[in-house]
Unconditional design. Sequence first.
Length: 56
Amino acid sequence: MRLTKRTESGLAVLDRAAFPEYAQETLVQEMCAFSPWKRVVEKLCNYEDGDDKGCD
């Protein structure tokens, strides 16, 4: 099961299916409000997409 997905605008966000106790809006707002968390979710999404080239 994937933990992330991309929005129509290309933003990497946590997938609500993996976290059913939270509303999708909450997941997006919380992720966007904290820059380090946003980078983590982007890296995880890239990894799940198979685009991850390793850790920085």
